[in-house]
Design a protein. Structure first.
Length: 104
């Protein structure tokens, strides 16, 4: 999810993400306002093999404080469903970056 305007951290990720794309990663982005309209969670997470959920914890300044790891099937399923819903509406990072140029 990306704010409008993007935060400094989001701009950094947009600028640095193209290297990951060139390495074969498929990164997609979704405007926060669109994610809210879709009813998606407002927290950042990673999924590993659709079995392990890693939820990031940030402070008010967007500093990562740590992560919460869960293998609870109910939590993992909800995250998988949110990921799939977001993926359908998200924009590939190359296109998204063209729309929102980074200053980093």
């Amino acid at each position: 999810m990306v704010d409008d305007p993007p935060t400094e951290g989001q701009r950094y990720l947009l600028a640095s993400g193209l290297g990951n794309v060139l390495a074969g990663e498929d990164i997609r982005n979704l405007a926060r306002v669109d994610a809210e309209k879709l009813g998606l969670p407002d927290w950042d997470f990673w999924l590993f093999d659709s079995r392990t959920l890693v939820r990031f914890v940030f402070d008010d300044q967007d500093t990562t404080l740590g992560v919460i790891v869960s293998e609870d099937p109910t939590e993992v399923l909800a995250a998988c469903q949110a990921r799939d819903k977001a993926w359908h509406h998200a924009v590939r990072t190359e296109e998204f970056q063209r729309r929102v140029r980074s200053t980093m």
